[in-house]
Design a binder for this molecule. Structure first.
Ligand code: AMP
Ligand code: GLY
Length: 432
């Protein structure tokens, strides 16, 4: 079977490597793919992930038996709807269901209507009303642009002056474009954050191994927000008890709510959760695999990925036993110096053979002479799997030392909070 994967980052590379394990998969095409993905799939750089018409034509002319649409933009633009119309089975939500990520106003209203725990909030389409509301608010507070903003549309002002600036920059200066026509202002929650990706066919749900992202650019969670500088899985804060509560109060109610609204969700639903003193609450939903969460979650999947994705598409997920490897995974992102601000591109990348890790390529390209060069902010994700989180982290960091490109930047404390949590849990168990 020929498989098409839409997207061209580290997440897509992780999906492709996993799909390749299925012997019935003949050729995998990546649209557009990237320099490193070209070692595992046939890349089609002339078609962008948002070129829906071209993607559908390509699928038809290349006998695609299954398509995976990974990024948020094509999902929100209806790529899955159009592929289905053309008779191509695929993995991913349709445009109506993708609103769970594409519109924060939609997802917040959904949670309110169906009693799913989340931060208290107000919606504004008029900056003057938002500014009046802020005068009586308490701080810090959270200001979110309604639409997709590359994960950057969230500001957390600490006082009234900063909050006024946030509203003006999103709604008046359009710092995130049209995604800021409406905003959500919500209560600031505290507690450990957990990412839970889940396979769902609209009714059955299979949560994957939990994970923890590290969104800020600098060590100690300092600096600007990024797309994610590293991940670990499983997330030790996500105890079996928290998992049970989330299933009952968040996961199943969310699926039921989407069905009741006439837009059942099929694909990978990403729950961004905060384990607050009042119980788990939803910070955000994403309508897709997380990046770089996928780079630690899929390596721990034991069951064949294509089989799971086909069960989602065929709505038979409830009949499938999905299994996971024990142990832990860690992914350290190697970024271009300057990211998430400006950075140079075109730096030659060297990766020695035989490293005991999997290198997922996120932002690179093949130069005319065939050398691999940097082309994006997040360049590579170095993932190691180990019996323990400590072992996985040591392997990933040791390998990262041997991979080179000019200006290479990485955080040195990926997993540190998770290790501290594990230590705390071990102490509690010993005291018993
Ligand atoms: P989002 O894009 O909605 O995931 O938000 C990005 C980041 O902002 C999250 O990962 C949280 O760290 C933080 N954040 C979002 N909403 C809240 C909230 N209500 N309270 C505290 N932190 C938040
Ligand atoms: N790592 C966060 C995301 O994929 O949205």
């Amino acid at each position: 079977m020929n498989v098409l994967v839409v997207g061209g980052g580290g997440r897509e590379h992780a999906i492709i490597k996993k799909l390749k394990e299925n012997p019935s998969v003949k050729t995998i095409y990546a649209v557009p793919g990237n320099g490193g993905i070209a070692a595992d799939a046939v890349c089609v750089p002339s078609i962008g992930a948002k070129d829906i018409g071209k993607i559908v034509d390509f699928a038809k002319s290349h006998s695609i038996g299954f398509a995976v649409v990974a990024p948020d933009d094509p999902l929100a633009l209806g790529c899955v709807d159009r592929l289905h119309e053309a008779g191509v089975p695929c993995f991913g939500p349709d445009a109506k269901a993708a609103r769970i990520e594409a519109s924060k106003v939609f997802s917040k209203n959904l949670m309110k209507k169906y009693g799913i725990p989340t931060a208290r909030y107000e919606v504004f389409d008029d900056p003057a009303k938002a500014l009046t509301y802020l005068k009586t608010a308490s701080f810090p507070i959270v200001v979110k642009a309604d639409g997709l903003a590359l994960g950057k549309g969230v500001l957390i002002p600490r006082n009234l002056a900063e909050a006024e600036d946030a509203v003006k920059s999103i709604m008046e200066d359009k710092a995130f474009g049209d995604s800021g026509d409406e905003i959500v202002i919500e209560e600031f929650l505290t507690g450990p954050e957990v990412s839970v990706l889940a396979f769902t066919d609209g009714t059955a749900i299979v949560p994957m191994v939990s994970s923890m992202d590290h969104k800020r650019a600098g060590d100690g969670d300092t600096g600007l927000n990024t797309g994610g500088m590293g991940t670990i899985a499983p997330n030790p804060c996500y105890t079996p008890e928290a998992a049970r509560t989330c299933m009952e109060t968040i996961f199943l109610p969310t699926l039921a709510a989407m069905r009741a609204e006439g837009c059942p969700f099929k694909g990978c639903l990403y729950f961004g959760l905060m384990l607050t003193p009042d119980g788990p609450k939803v910070i955000e939903y994403n309508c897709r695999f997380g990046d770089p969460e996928t780079q630690v979650v899929l390596p721990l999947l034991k069951t064949d990925l294509l089989t799971v994705m086909q069960a989602v598409e065929n709505e038979t997920l409830g009949d499938l036993q999905v299994e996971w490897h024990s142990g832990a995974a860690a992914c350290v992102i190697l970024a271009s110096g300057g990211y998430p601000g400006g950075y140079e591109k075109g730096k030659e990348i060297t990766i020695p053979q035989g490293l005991p890790v999997t290198v997922y390529h996120a932002g690179d390209a093949l130069a005319e002479d065939g050398t691999l060069v940097t082309s994006g902010g997040r360049v590579l994700g170095v993932t190691a799997v180990g019996g323990t989180l400590q072992a996985a982290l040591e392997t990933a960091y040791a390998a990262a030392e041997h991979i080179h490109f000019e200006g290479k930047y990485l955080r040195h404390d990926i997993g540190r909070r998770a290790l501290a949590e594990l230590e705390k849990q071990a102490l509690c168990a010993a005291e018993g």
